[in-house]
Design a protein around this ligand. Structure first.
Ligand SMILES: [Zn+2]
Length: 292
């Protein structure tokens, strides 16, 4: 296959066509990196990312790093572009232990940011191109597979581990999955998850725990109050978790269970929660009452 469909070369960036870094022929796979601090690029546009890429190169070639070029082979943008760094057949600097054996791609995200679907696909296109045209293994690793580091962040690393990056470009495997699962404290507008957080907050409110969100209400920002709400809600259905700052599968089940209980209480209390229920209901059978 030719280059990935959205490809920005060094020449497009105004850089020398070939990186001054030493020659290498990485064959063992592709390593995913991130930035380490939230850059806000998920909600930005391509120009924001290209500005970031230039700043990163300036930093890497400046006094604090003194590298010969930007440290990575490539970047994958939230808009779906593969951007050249050192490019093909060059040694890298950002992944000691794998600088000559594996190519590198950074997402430019921080720990509170989730790779976009387009960005995941950019990594997939890059991987496919390296495999088909350059004889590189299809293996995808995270920086933390080489050394003790937070890189590439828990979110991207989960995608490394579950095989999301090693699928063919196209539909994202998480499509059709529950969009609430995986939400966590810190999510909101800045991470592109405002509507999803509102859904959690509204469900918690329907379950009777809306007072925890005062005074902001269902604002779509998951801060400590939303975690407190989830903790109280989960305890109410018998859970003994001590940390409820994310929506795991079990947390999601508890959320739905708590809403169902609240609705059932409304029905029992005759509150008309179901709207169309009859005013009276008949129950047959035997009821034995014990004295108090
Ligand atoms: Zn890294």
């Amino acid at each position: 296959m030719p280059r990935p469909p959205l490809y920005i070369s060094r020449e497009d960036l105004g850089w020398s066509a070939t990186s001054p870094a030493a020659y290498a022929d990485p064959k063992s796979g592709l390593v995913v990196h991130y930035d380490g601090s939230d850059q806000g690029l998920v909600n930005g546009d391509l120009d924001d990312f290209l500005d970031y890429w230039q700043r990163t190169r300036d930093f890497h070639t400046g006094p604090s790093r003194n590298w010969r070029d930007v440290g990575y082979s490539f970047a994958a943008t939230p808009q779906g572009h593969v951007v050249e760094g050192r490019g093909l057949h060059r040694e890298q600097a950002a992944q000691p232990g794998g600088n000559t054996t594996h190519y590198s791609v950074t997402l430019g995200l921080g720990p509170g940011e989730t790779p976009t679907d387009d960005q995941i696909n950019a990594v997939r296109w890059l991987r496919q191109w390296l495999m088909e045209d350059h004889g590189v293994s299809g293996k995808v690793l995270g920086h933390r597979d080489f050394i003790a580091t937070s890189c590439p962040g828990d979110r991207a690393y989960a995608l490394v581990k579950d095989g999301t990056f090693t699928q063919a470009p196209g539909a994202i495997s998480t499509e059709g999955d529950n969009p609430l699962i995986g939400l966590r404290e810190g999510d909101g507008k800045a991470t592109g998850k405002k509507e999803e957080v509102i859904a959690v907050q509204r469900l918690g409110t329907f379950a009777g725990f809306g007072s925890y969100l005062a005074p902001y209400g269902c604002d779509g920002e998951w801060g400590p109050a939303t975690s407190e709400m989830m903790l109280a809600l989960r305890h109410s259905v018998g859970s003994s978790v001590t940390n409820a700052s994310s929506i795991t599968g079990t947390a999601y089940a508890h959320l739905i269970q708590a809403v169902a209980i609240a609705e059932a209480r409304k029905l029992i209390a005759g509150g008309g929660g179901g709207g169309a229920l009859p005013a009276t209901a008949e129950i047959s059978g035997t009821v034995k009452l014990k004295g108090a």
